[in-house]
Design a binder for this molecule. Structure first.
Ligand code: ADP
Length: 302
């Protein structure tokens, strides 16, 4: 940041001019490097499916032209690669949108139980294709949180999609919402977790000490994640080794998007995972002011 030159009124024959430069050289250089890395990564990620597409196109125009079986196989791969490019572009746009308004506090409020139910119903078919069951448990109190409906939807959707994507066929994914029952209930604070124990806070901006939180958690019985990878999960384009290819290969942008949205909402985002033990991802959001002071409502069931 540059500050206007200031004229100092010091007695003497010459007016004294001083320039104060507050630019933080290291951080602006770092930001620039990150932008350059991001562009390089994004181009690379887009170029890979594109190269595959043009390779198959050439083969289809040439050697495989009259081979019906090869043609069908190649077309299926091309469809998959096109899908992959679409996912990448969607995620890139989503990330850039989120980053653009990250410093603008969200207005509005959302009922987290309703939202978790909507996401679960929307993804039930996708899960059923691989015989995965989604088990939803709602909080027994209303969970009206502050924030932008579409963005919070995107958070929960990303977490449930990941849980499905990384789960074995026929397994179960649990989604549940917790909200404080009592007026002073501080039971749902984003945990400051310890990476040594396989639990980690991926994002928790300075929390409002007076805020109370509701949380949506997603548990899967997938492969779990090695401790050394946990701190890197929300980095853009980061994917755990061994999960980088195949039809379910993601973009590596989903959790980066989640992290940005949660920090814009001044909430918390945590993961608890260990190889072989599955994973639990949790997103905490501040309760809306009305509910933060209202007495608890009677249980509403699930
Ligand atoms: P992707 O689009 O690749 O899923 P994400 O940013 O959502 O990107 O996740 C980053 C990486 O974290 C994934 O590539 C995967 O390696 C790992 N990961 C995310 N969620 C899970 C999960 N539920 N179980 C196991 N690994 C996961």
């Amino acid at each position: 940041a540059f500050v206007e030159p200031i004229r100092l009124d010091v007695p003497g024959p010459m007016p004294f001019r001083a320039m104060l430069v507050l630019a933080d050289d290291t951080s602006s250089k770092r930001a620039e490097r990150m932008r350059a890395d991001f562009l390089a990564n994004a181009s690379h990620e887009l170029r890979t499916p594109l190269a595959s597409l043009s390779g198959f196109l050439e083969t289809l125009q040439g050697p495989a032209h009259d081979d019906e079986e090869a043609r069908d196989r190649f077309l299926a791969i091309m469809k998959e690669q096109t899908e992959r490019m679409r996912r990448l572009i969607d995620d890139l746009l989503s990330l850039s949108r989120v980053e653009m308004n990250e410093h603008v506090a969200p207005t509005g409020s959302v009922e987290l139980n309703d939202l978790a139910r909507d996401v679960t119903e929307a993804l039930r078919l996708v899960a059923e294709r691989r015989a995965i069951t989604l088990e939803l448990t709602l909080a027994d109190t209303p969970a009206q949180v502050r924030g932008d409906h579409d963005q919070i939807y995107e958070v929960v959707e990303n977490l449930v999609e990941n849980a499905i994507k990384y789960s074995p066929d026929g397994s179960q994914v649990r989604i549940w919402v917790e909200a404080p029952r009592t007026r002073d209930g501080a039971e749902h604070m984003p945990e400051r977790m310890d990476p040594q124990s396989g639990r980690l806070t991926l994002s928790a901006p300075p929390l409002d000490p007076d805020a109370r939180f509701a949380v949506v958690r997603v548990r899967d019985n997938g492969p779990g994640i090695e401790r050394r990878y946990l701190p890197r999960l929300a980095e853009r384009f980061f994917r755990v080794d061994g999960q980088k290819s195949g039809p379910t290969a993601g973009t590596g942008l989903g959790l980066a998007i989640v992290k940005h949205i949660v920090s814009r909402h001044r909430g918390g985002f945590t993961v608890e995972s260990a190889p072989g033990a599955g994973s639990v991802f949790s997103a905490f959001f501040m309760l809306a002011p009305a509910q933060a002071t209202a007495p608890p409502a009677p249980p509403s069931g699930t």
